[in-house]
Write a protein that binds this ligand. Structure first.
Ligand SMILES: [Zn+2]
Length: 295
């Protein structure tokens, strides 16, 4: 009896110890945005511990790294970033951790638009529009790159990461079909955006962006630029103004009223609305908001 009990207790103790070891071995990953965090979590599941530097509603241009965030960036097993000039503040972290730049596998929009970089740390889409996670189709190359990086760090977990990525892509395909069907009646709809965050989303779902209220991304429009925007909006028959949560409310109101359109605030990042808790529900929320504004 005693011997059997000892064996059981030993087995329990061993199980607990190895359980702790497995928990401690979660890969520490830091992402620059919550969208990347959600995608890393979709692929990495319980084998990653992933934190985002940017808060969900934070303007990606304006991040001041705190000491704790710097420490996290420096001790990470992997840093995952959007790339281009989306995170001008990341250079200050001087991390030796491997960095996965997800933009490399994505077809970029506006990459041919030459833009002067007024200041070195500006986020002006100087190398192409950086808001590519807002085309759900881009989650395919993005999660492929993430899975590849995780497998490189943990080759033994390849089947786990690949199975999770496959499952994510299956769910993505089903939801994408639903969003496309829901927005099909509005193909060609003319819209104006505040910041040019919505180029990829518009491209995927057939919305026609007539203009961005910020002629240079991140730079507020001048009164003269606004006046010409209003007349272009009325001439083109723009129906909708798409704002971001950090857009200036008075500017949004002014553009909608003077341009003769309705305004809608879309959610650009996972977590910026409580209902947008993961990557796929981000699009559920945005499609619902668009449909609500057009009704
Ligand atoms: Zn931008």
């Amino acid at each position: 009896m005693h011997a059997a009990l000892t064996v059981v207790l030993l087995a329990l103790a061993w199980g607990m110890a190895s359980g702790r070891a497995v928990a401690a071995e979660r890969l520490k990953i830091v992402t620059t945005t919550t969208d990347l965090q959600a995608l890393v979590l979709a692929v990495g599941g319980e084998r990653v511990d992933v934190e985002s530097i940017a808060a969900p509603s934070q303007d990606p241009h304006a991040i001041e790294l705190k000491p704790a965030q710097l420490a996290r960036l420096r001790s990470a097993a992997l840093v995952v970033r959007i790339g281009l000039d989306h995170e001008p503040w990341l250079a200050r972290a001087q991390t030796d951790a491997p960095v996965l730049d997800v933009s490399r596998g994505v077809r970029l929009l506006q990459a041919e638009t030459p833009r002067l970089r007024a200041e070195r740390q500006a986020h002006v889409h100087a190398m192409g529009n950086t808001h590519y996670w807002l085309d759900p189709e881009n989650a395919r190359p993005m999660t492929a790159a993430i899975a590849g990086a995780l497998v490189k760090l943990r080759p033994a977990d390849r089947p786990y990461f690949e199975a999770r990525r496959d499952d994510f892509v299956r769910r993505l395909d089903i939801r994408l079909q639903g969003w496309t069907t829901a927005l099909a009646p509005y193909r060609g709809l003319k819209v104006v955006v505040l910041h040019d965050s919505w180029a990829y989303f518009a491209d995927r779902f057939g919305l026609a962006i007539v203009a961005a209220a910020e002629p240079t991304p991140g730079v507020p429009p001048s009164p003269a630029e606004l006046a010409s925007l209003f007349s272009r909006m009325r001439q083109a028959g723009v129906r909708l103004v798409i704002a971001d949560p950090h857009s200036s409310p008075s500017l949004v109101r002014q553009v909608a009223e003077r341009g003769g359109a309705r305004a809608v605030t879309l959610v650009p990042s996972v977590g910026a609305d409580p209902a947008a808790g993961d990557y796929l529900s981000l699009f559920d929320v945005d499609v619902q908001r668009l449909l609500g504004a057009l009704r």
